[in-house]
Design a protein around this ligand. Structure first.
Ligand code: 5AD
Ligand code: SF4
Length: 363
């Protein structure tokens, strides 16, 4: 048994083990991927669940240094879908058996926004016989707001930590109260306390990020006991402050390869969570999501935002836009996922087993 084989045969991985796996050579990487695929099959099965992604609005009050829709960027059009457009996209997902939707928006925290989302949740549920599993991703909010949305039918919430290192987090965000690491962690705790299936995630290949940072991120996600993870490669955007560090980044294909390893290791250390096959992988390699599904991911988020607006939700460069998103049409998606050997869990919520098991223990 070589070093990697003996690591892969262990029950618990240490920080040192993870850093070795992240740097394994090609032959060993194949062993890592074989192991993560095996864990996926054993613990969550070879099924991929769909969440119709609705990009509600690109209006954001924050100014994260990496993000194309940050408030400081004025070089593009801000939009806000109408309630009817959102309900229509939700109905489309429901009628096509997607069973879940994820509504994503820039961060806005005020009572009008809270109220709007509450009303939207009511409208969506009325239009879809309350059958959709609704995920929200709207950033940091108060406990009351999280609770109000939960009470009105949202069951999952995604809030990425981006990096679990305080130091790196501080390099990626303005130094003010609106971008506080501790507050973000606290919000994740609130979400868990309210009862959401809670998701977080990171970006891979950020400037200043080390392999040890990534190992710590993986252990942090485990420690936080999240139910879902969405993580993807960092893709630089020219109209952002972080762009000036573009020359210190790994080449895109290496960021891609590293993100795949991170997903594989995550599957091994958090066996029964849901892991998204991220769109940011697809931005680098057309078959990126399929590659992620093969080695551990079990959720895909096809974009169901009305075509008109898709080009404006540009978090990063090369984000698949209107043209590519057509490949997410139902038939194309089916063909793509069939390529991986997995099947689509139509009409199933696909709740994370990690969440259902934990709650069974509590009851
Ligand atoms: N590259 C990759 N992912 C990004 N995000 C924002 N900007 C970028 C970028 N430049 C991701 C963040 C955020 C999510 C909405 O999009 O992880 O949480
Ligand atoms: Fe806003 Fe999220 Fe982009 Fe930060 S990452 S600027 S909170 S949309």
């Amino acid at each position: 048994m070589n070093v990697i084989e003996s690591i892969l045969s262990k029950d618990e991985l240490t920080r040192q083990d993870i850093t070795l796996l992240l740097q394994a050579n090609d032959e060993d990487r194949a062993k890592l991927f074989a192991k993560s695929a095996e864990v996926k099959e054993k613990y969550v099965g070879r099924k991929v669940y769909l969440r119709g992604l609705i990009e509600l609005s690109n209006i954001c009050s924050k100014n994260c240094f990496y993000c194309g829709i940050r408030s400081g960027n004025q070089d593009f059009t801000r939009y806000n879908l109408s309630d009817d457009e959102v309900v229509e996209a939700a109905r489309y997902s429901w009628q096509n058996g997607y069973a879940s939707i994820a509504i994503q928006s820039g961060e806005v925290s005020n009572s009008a926004f809270t109220q709007r989302i509450t009303n939207l949740l009511k409208k969506i549920n009325a239009a879809t016989s309350s059958e959709l599993g609704i995920t929200l991703s709207m950033g940091e909010q108060t406990e009351e707001t999280y609770r109000e949305w939960f009470d009105n039918g949202a069951i999952r919430y995604l809030l990425r930590i981006e990096s679990s290192s305080r130091e790196l987090y501080a390099k990626l965000h303005p130094n003010n109260k609106a971008h506080d690491f501790g507050k973000r962690v606290e919000c994740l705790r609130l979400l868990q306390r309210v009862g959401y299936q809670t998701g977080s995630g990171i970006m891979v290949g950020l400037p200043f990020q080390t392999i040890e940072n990534l190992a710590d991120d993986l252990l942090w996600l485990k420690e936080m006991d999240v139910d879902m993870v969405g993580l993807g490669p960092y893709v630089e955007h020219p109209d952002t402050p972080l762009y000036k560090y573009k020359d210190m980044l790994l080449p895109l294909d290496e960021r891609f390869a590293l993100a795949l390893r991170v997903i594989a290791i995550l599957r091994i250390i958090m066996k029964d969570i849901n892991i998204v096959a991220p769109t940011a992988l697809q931005a680098i390699d057309k078959l990126g999501r399929e590659k992620a599904i093969k080695i551990g991911s079990n959720v895909v988020m096809p974009n169901v935002t009305p075509g008109l607006y898709r080009n404006e939700y540009k978090l990063y460069n090369n984000k698949p836009s209107t043209a590519e998103a057509d490949e997410d049409c139902k038939k194309c998606l089916e063909a793509r996922i069939r390529l991986t050997g997995d099947e689509i869990g139509y009409n199933e919520h696909g709740n994370p087993i990690h969440f259902t098991q934990r709650n069974k223990r509590i009851l």
